[in-house]
Design a protein around this ligand. Structure first.
Ligand SMILES: [Zn+2]
Ligand SMILES: [Zn+2]
Length: 81
């Protein structure tokens, strides 16, 4: 298994129609997009990177734990854009 490659802020800005000022860094390389209601939504690829990083370094698979957030439905906007 190879060391996982981070999904960077530049990657996020390329793939999603979001503004840099609305992105927030979390632990393990997770980047959240803050919607206009102030809710942070993890970018799926960055949550997946966090999962792979912990799996690679500690041998622990936390599966979907890094995507857990109090979603107000705005993740949908992220997907469509
Ligand atoms: Zn929202
Ligand atoms: Zn969400």
């Amino acid at each position: 298994m190879n060391k996982p490659k981070p999904f960077t802020k530049e990657d996020v800005l390329k793939k999603y129609d979001v503004e840099e000022k609305d992105l927030v860094y979390r632990y393990l390389g997770i980047i959240e997009w803050i919607c206009l209601h102030g809710v942070g939504h993890p970018i799926p690829e960055t949550a997946e990177f966090a999962r792979q990083k912990v799996l690679f370094e500690d041998g622990i698979d936390n599966k979907d734990a890094y995507m857990v957030h109090g979603c107000d439905g705005c993740c949908e906007k992220l997907k469509k854009s």
